[in-house]
Write a protein that binds this ligand. Structure first.
Ligand SMILES: *[C@@H]1O[C@H](CO)[C@@H](O)[C@H](O)[C@H]1NC(C)=O
Ligand SMILES: *[C@@H]1O[C@H](CO)[C@@H](O)[C@H](O)[C@H]1NC(C)=O
Ligand SMILES: *[C@@H]1O[C@H](CO)[C@@H](O)[C@H](O)[C@H]1NC(C)=O
Ligand SMILES: *[C@@H]1O[C@H](CO)[C@@H](O)[C@H](O)[C@H]1NC(C)=O
Length: 484
């Protein structure tokens, strides 16, 4: 192996993983690497990290990139979670480094040095093995050799993720017996129940290796249904963002309308007022400052046209090597350091550093510039609503946790609560508070299809990003089959 010369600033932080292996299987190719240290983190990683690729489209040479973190609890019965990030096309590094994974960014002004990492004490990997996957093709470090490989949609991506798991478990048979869960939040949650259904169909058909699917978990989930969005009006009314009068006007004129594309003129005018008022708050966490940069990985909420000059200025003064510099083509606008989005801003510089890419084993010539959310690729939205998959999968004996950060106006808990109820199963544990440290931490209800709905008090759209301790308590109780 020829080791590329490293830019000087990376020198102190990096070291190579121990192994690289190539596997060529009958059906699909995969490769993986054990990563023992990461740029920005002092010393060896105190958790087991493996990265790699699995080919999901042989014709076009499309490969999905993954980060696999082993459960710190270990054991054959440690749950196994496949985790996806929303967008669409946002990198799963968002979920890993900003939400539920074992490390987070140290929040300090970016000065040209690779951003530093710290341990997340509330990582879900304390309990579960988590396979974080950059999906669909084109998100994060996932790529296709042929342009046609980027031409995917919700259904084809769900099928690819099923094949991905079949290949991954074939290569890692020691995890086959662990109880398997599928998870994701925001937009990714829309395809989670379909992936679960496809796995379930595979199990019914005796597909080998046999996956030990137990259920799924979704957070502030998109379903594609109009209720995801229309419940925002009721929510904004309840928390005092819109007036009683405007609320009544919308209810009067928007009945039966798609709130994103209203046809009734009076409805459209009222929704314009609603959108202007809503833009006064950070929609992903209504109590936080609207401090620029980008929001969480909500559906279609990524945009910000501010000049990227701040980021570029730093880089032009930067002594980092040329390799890194030439990748930094579209740095996001810099939020202020105290803004909640600053960690996501740091992710861009971390993920594009040459030493990070070396440590992660990113294949040369695949993804030139890592972006947090890739807006430049097509995606077919061919699932109108995923509510029917939620009903079918839970009716077939799989468990589900549906949680809502209760300060999110992007996919408000009101809409989620309404479709969970509409599935029509009897209540087995009625609405009550759930607690942590002697205080209520949210509210929960459970139905006879083994679906638990829970709110997380104070959390926003990507709930564990805002309330990591509360979300960890909720996840660990649920995944260990305990009461919330
Ligand atoms: C940037 O900040 C880091 C962390 O505080 C520090 O170690 C490093 O020396 C700084 N680099 C420069 C070029 O100022
Ligand atoms: C429900 O899921 C099962 C697999 O668990 C599948 O065979 C069946 O076709 C699904 N039904 C519908 C209506 O999608
Ligand atoms: C970048 O590359 C050019 C030409 O290859 C070289 O002259 C220059 O010194 C390099 N800059 C740094 C910071 O390495
Ligand atoms: C709910 O889960 C329990 C325990 O895992 C199981 O015995 C039961 O069959 C499930 N119920 C349904 C409706 O799937």
């Amino acid at each position: 192996m020829i080791r590329r010369l490293l830019p000087p600033l990376c020198f102190f932080f990096f070291s190579f993983g121990l192994t690289t292996r190539q596997l060529t299987l009958a059906a699909a190719a995969s490769s993986s690497k054990v990563v023992t240290s990461l740029p920005g983190f002092d010393g060896l990683l105190p958790f087991h990290l493996e990265t790699g690729y699995v080919e999901v489209d042989e014709v076009n040479g499309a490969e999905l990139f993954y980060y696999f973190v082993e459960s710190e609890a270990g054991g054959e019965d440690a749950p196994f979670l496949l985790w996806l990030t929303g967008g669409d096309h946002c990198s799963v590094l968002n979920g890993l480094a900003l939400e539920i994974g074992p490390f987070r960014f140290v929040i300090e002004p970016y000065n040209g040095t690779v951003p530093r990492l710290k341990i997340n004490p509330y990582s879900w990997t304390k309990l579960a093995n988590i396979l974080f996957v950059d999906t669909p093709v084109g998100a994060g470090f996932s790529f296709s050799r042929q342009p046609q490989g980027y031409n995917v949609g919700e259904v084809s991506t769900s099928l690819q993720l099923h094949e991905f798991l079949i290949t991954w478990f074939t290569d890692h048979p020691k995890f086959l017996a662990n109880p398997l869960y599928i998870g994701g939040d925001s937009y990714a949650a829309k395809i989670v129940p379909l992936i679960a259904q496809k796995i379930s169909e595979g199990i019914d058909a005796g597909r080998s290796p046999l996956l030990n699917l137990k259920g799924y978990v979704v957070g502030n989930p998109s379903t594609g249904d109009v209720i995801d969005y229309s419940s925002g009006v009721q929510y904004a009314h309840g928390v005092g963002i819109i007036s009683h009068q405007l609320y009544e006007t919308i209810i009067r004129h928007c009945h039966g309308e798609d709130y994103r594309n209203p046809t009734n003129v009076l409805c459209a005018q009222a929704l314009d007022k609603f959108n202007i008022l809503l833009s006064e708050v950070r929609s992903g966490q209504i109590l936080l400052d609207n401090c620029g940069g980008f929001t969480s990985t909500g559906p279609g909420r990524e945009m910000d046209d501010e000049s990227a000059a701040a980021g570029r200025k730093i880089l032009s003064e930067d002594k980092d090597g040329n390799e890194t510099e030439k990748r930094l083509k579209n740095p996001p606008p810099s939020p202020t350091v105290d803004c909640q989005t600053y960690g996501a801003y740091l992710a861009y510089f971390w993920a594009n550093a040459e030493c990070t890419r070396d440590a992660l084993g990113i294949k040369d010539g695949t993804v030139d510039e890592w972006v947090r959310c890739n807006r430049g690729v097509p995606y077919t939205r061919d699932i109108t609503s995923s509510i029917k998959y939620h009903r079918n999968v839970t009716a077939n004996g799989y468990r589900a946790l549906v949680y809502s950060g209760d300060h999110d106006a992007i996919v408000p808990h009101l809409g989620t609560q309404a479709w969970v109820r509409s599935l029509g199963f009897p209540i087995v544990d009625d609405w009550r508070a759930w607690h942590l440290n002697g205080q209520s931490t949210g509210f929960t209800i459970m139905y006879s299809n083994n679906m638990t709905f829970a709110t997380v008090k104070g959390a926003g759209h990507t709930a564990p990003e805002f309330e990591p301790e509360r979300c960890f308590a909720m996840f660990s109780r649920w995944i260990l089959n305990q009461q919330l």
